[in-house]
Write a protein that binds this ligand. Structure first.
Ligand code: MV4
Length: 490
């Protein structure tokens, strides 16, 4: 592979290109009219304009990306995350044009893109799954029978859905018909596929995912877990590795289950297997994400591996250079996602110009970003500005460093979720490790931040008063009768 086109924008495009450059591979950026001056465009060896600002006219237009690759002679395409990264048709189109898609084969993308197909693919591998039906249900009578068997509360999920879209909790038999019809019409409207299925509802789960890596020679390893329970409306906000709740035994059991999921779909490259963990530490397979994830840096920090480099080596047909026994966890890593959203105003997107943009630096601090001071935050794309990642010997150290890094990350011009990240890091439930996916809903309200700001202002006022009093003491004029200065002048 000599030249790779990165079919993405922002921080992830830049992060991928940095590894390509390190490996001596030429880089091609693509961009929309809104991203003409973006750092990922300037960083690349070559850049191709795709079209107007909306994703539907630029980053999502498959033919334009293929044309850009052909025009520049790129022999590989890295899709990043989002956009076309989990589109099996695109992966196939790339392959049909004799370009290497840096990701799994279309077959794996297709299976894992449909939850019922995923359940079906793994059913012979003895992987723990939440009790429930493994078939699409359209008939209310059948749904009532299945629900009664597994017991309420149950969850109705859309097979084509993902990230929590189209889910409905049902508490009793009488609610079922209405919720079921709603779920079906929602799924039809959102995904063009009204298939829904039923699962037992796990009430207070943690969301834990396992990073896997598979080569084309049949070797598969797992790179341990990421704890992603701190999320807001299915949007992750803080992630860490390792999880503070897993024992070595559960960790290896989950790792082995994840490897089996990868085997079940002939997976190639870097992928993530999502699990729910209930209060009794039972884990259940949920779904597999067939791409590089936003939060992959925490895994890189605890394993010492560059996941993009591993993706490229696998795509070149190389064998993994290590096996499971070679891999160990070193230290602890934490990631806070910095969104241009206002945590005081229901996380409303905050667009505008980055008047101040200064990132924290120092040992153990990593910032993955795609913005610079003076740039506008465009309204067309995901509002994530950057990922702030810290690494320490242990969890406490990583958290402490995160708080310090947030305090020295200066952004003005747009509101950001940095203060919200600090709120999480300082919260007792987070610090003690006793939290689940309901953390934000249970503990956060804008008043938490405004009272934090008020306390900070009070402390600042008290420090100011103290300094003033000490200073006044020091400049007290000695009670001597006269000064030499006056005498000399006479
Ligand atoms: C569940 C669940 C409880 N019980 N399934 C949400 C996203 C999708 N990946 C699966 N999700 C869930 N599935 C059963 N049977 C609770 C969730 C869930 C959740 C999962 C992970 C992270 C955050 C979440 C927030 C709410 C609900």
């Amino acid at each position: 592979m000599k030249k790779v086109l990165v079919a993405n924008r922002g921080e992830i495009a830049l992060r991928i290109m940095k590894t390509l450059q390190k490996m001596g591979i030429k880089t091609v950026a693509v961009y929309s009219e809104a991203d003409r001056h973006a750092p990922h465009v300037r960083f690349a060896d070559e850049a191709v304009l795709l079209g107007k600002a909306p994703s539907s006219a630029s980053y999502l237009v498959m033919e334009k990306l293929i044309d850009a690759a052909k025009q520049t002679g790129a022999d590989g395409i890295h899709p990043g995350y989002g956009f076309l990264s989990e589109n099996a048709i695109f992966a196939q189109m790339v392959a049909d044009n004799d370009i290497t898609f840096i990701g799994p084969r279309p077959h794996a993308i297709k299976i894992m893109g449909n939850k019922l197909a995923a359940k079906d693919a793994v059913k012979d591998y003895n992987i723990p799954m939440v009790p429930g039906g493994e078939k699409a249900i359209a008939d209310v009578d059948l749904a009532q029978k299945v629900a009664s068997e597994i017991g309420f509360p149950i969850l109705i999920k859309a097979s084509a859905g993902g990230g929590g879209k189209g889910m409905r909790i049902v508490n009793n038999l009488s609610e079922l018909p209405e919720q079921m019809n709603r779920a079906i019409s929602e799924a039809t409207a959102a995904f063009g596929d009204g298939s829904v299925f039923i699962e037992k509802y796990v009430g207070s789960p943690r969301h834990i995912e396992i990073q896997v890596l598979a080569d084309t020679h049949g070797n598969i390893v797992h790179l341990f877990e990421r704890e992603c329970s701190i999320q807001r409306r299915h949007q992750k906000v803080v992630e860490e590795a390792p999880s503070s709740i897993l024992t070595p035994e559960i960790r290896s059991a989950m790792g082995e289950a994840a490897i089996k999921v990868a085997k079940a779909c002939d997976y190639i490259g870097a992928g993530t297997v999502e699990f729910l963990l209930d209060e009794d530490l039972n884990f259940y397979f949920l779904e597999m994400n067939t791409r590089l994830q936003v939060e992959h840096p925490v895994t890189e920090l605890i394993t010492g591996l560059d996941l993009v480099e591993q993706q490229i080596k696998v795509a070149r047909g190389e064998k993994l250079e290590f096996n499971q026994e070679d891999l160990t966890i070193h230290g602890h890593a934490l990631e806070v996602r910095v969104y241009a959203e206002d945590p005081l105003d229901d996380f409303m997107p905050s667009i505008g110009k980055l008047i101040t943009y200064r990132t924290p630096t120092g040992a153990g601090i990593r910032v993955d970003d795609g913005f610079e001071e003076g740039m506008n935050v465009p309204m067309y794309y995901d509002p994530m500005l950057s990922k702030l990642i810290t690494y320490g010997k242990n969890r406490d150290e990583a958290i402490q460093l995160m708080i310090k890094a947030i305090d020295t990350y200066h952004i003005s011009g747009v509101a950001t979720t940095l203060p919200f990240g600090k709120f999480v890091c300082e919260h007792e439930a987070f610090r003690s490790g006793k939290f689940d996916t309901h953390f934000v809903k249970d503990f956060y309200s804008p008043e938490q931040l405004t009272s934090q700001y008020r306390q900070e202002k009070e402390i600042a006022a008290l420090v100011g008063l103290q300094l003033y009093l000490e200073h006044r003491k020091k400049i007290n004029i000695p009670k001597t009768t006269h000064s030499n200065w006056k005498m000399n002048r006479m």
